[in-house]
Design a protein around this ligand. Structure first.
Ligand code: CUA
Length: 367
């Protein structure tokens, strides 16, 4: 069993250690950033080579040579070799240059020019990637999602798609549409924070944008290549900052539509899991974790405080991308989340084995 778990976690690791290079962009926005990075690297690399080149040339060209002493054809072992003493005032000094106008002008103008060029291209790039947030309307193929950074997971509120109001919430795995028809499917993210500063960074899709308490930021990107894009919270946000991974599933528009339809549904009410559901509700998990469809039975006190579990099993990973989502890891997590993510807001509830089995069985029905 443990062998299987190790193998699965290795597979997961192999999947998550995939391409996160900014030099392999998958969106026009990431491409702009890549081009800027190459230009900046070329300019600064050129300056580095010139400065180091002059430094090394000077070091070798003007290094102090050995002072020529008297030439001894056959050294006499009884006489100690002569100690080279430099006669005072004979060291050759390079010519001393003061206040040369052309040089002064050159080393003022050159850096000014470099800074000006960098300023202009950076402004152009910022302009290219800046989100121009439109009003959602039918036929725009645009997806609007509000992202809320939390310690230490991502809340995604799906607002609009193609002019349609969505209004459901999910966590940790973002799904976005990709055109099969060559059309753009723009994604607009509204970034907020529920606690401290976080930063949303999926290098192949877009640049870093911070999620700041009390402030709203935006970002936009679109891609034509379906697949999984991974990233990472890029702003230190506490103990488990390193375990706040990002997963973006880019899928063809028709698959994305069916995913939307599925996620919009309330939680499945499986006849055979009624008893397990009762145990789950009794444990007041729903006080923090929303499960759509249970509102009547358990008026929640703090809904939205923890990841929405309505379609928990449609997610591949657990605890913000750090574990594969399956029966064993779920059980491990519910038994004591602190073992997996020390410091997270969910405590161990001290369930006995029977309760634990029931809760996990119920969670497994949330497809
Ligand atoms: Cu969230 Cu670092």
């Amino acid at each position: 069993m443990s062998g299987v778990i190790v193998m699965l976690s290795m597979l997961l690791l192999a999947e998550t250690t995939q391409n996160v290079s900014i030099f392999d962009p998958a969106s026009p926005q990431a491409e702009s950033i890549r081009n800027l990075a190459i230009l900046v690297l070329a300019i600064t690399g050129g300056i580095f080579l010139v400065v180091e080149g002059i430094l090394f040339y000077t070091m070798f060209r003007f290094r102090r040579g050995a002072t020529p002493g008297p030439v001894v054809a056959t050294p006499d072992p009884k006489i100690p070799p002569p100690v080279a003493v430099e006669p005072a005032g004979t060291t050759p000094e390079p010519p001393q240059v003061y206040g040369s106008k052309p040089i002064e002008i050159a080393w003022t103008a050159a850096p000014t020019l470099v800074v000006l060029i960098l300023l202009l291209v950076i402004t152009r790039t910022l302009w290219e990637i800046a989100p121009d947030l439109p009003e959602p309307q039918e036929g725009d193929n645009a997806l609007f999602v509000t992202v809320i950074g939390r310690q230490w997971w991502w809340e995604y509120r799906y607002e609009h798609y193609n002019g349609r109001k969505l209004g459901f919430t999910t966590a940790n795995e973002l799904h976005i549409p990709v055109g099969r028809d060559g059309k753009d499917y723009p994604v607009y993210l509204t970034l907020k924070s529920g606690d401290v500063c976080h930063s949303f960074w999926v290098p192949r899709l877009a640049g870093k944008t911070d999620l700041i308490p009390g402030r709203t930021n935006h970002m936009t990107f679109h891609t034509a290549t379906p697949g999984l894009y991974v990233g990472q919270c890029a702003e230190y946000c506490g103990t488990q900052h390193a375990k706040m991974l990002l997963r973006v599933n880019a899928q063809h528009a028709d698959e994305f539509e069916s995913w939307l339809r599925h996620e919009g549904q309330p939680a499945a009410d499986v006849e055979t899991a009624r008893e397990d559901r009762y145990v789950f509700l009794k444990q007041s998990c729903v006080s923090c974790h929303p499960v759509r469809g249970t509102e009547k039975e358990t008026p929640a006190t703090q809904r939205g405080y923890a990841p929405d579990l309505t379609h928990l099993m449609s997610r591949k990973t657990l605890a913000s991308g750090i574990k594969e989502n399956n029966k064993d890891t779920l059980r491990e997590w519910v038994r004591n989340p602190q073992d997996i993510k020390a410091g997270c807001l969910m405590p161990a509830f001290g369930l006995n084995d029977r309760e634990l089995d029931s809760v996990v069985r119920y969670l497994l029905t949330l497809r």
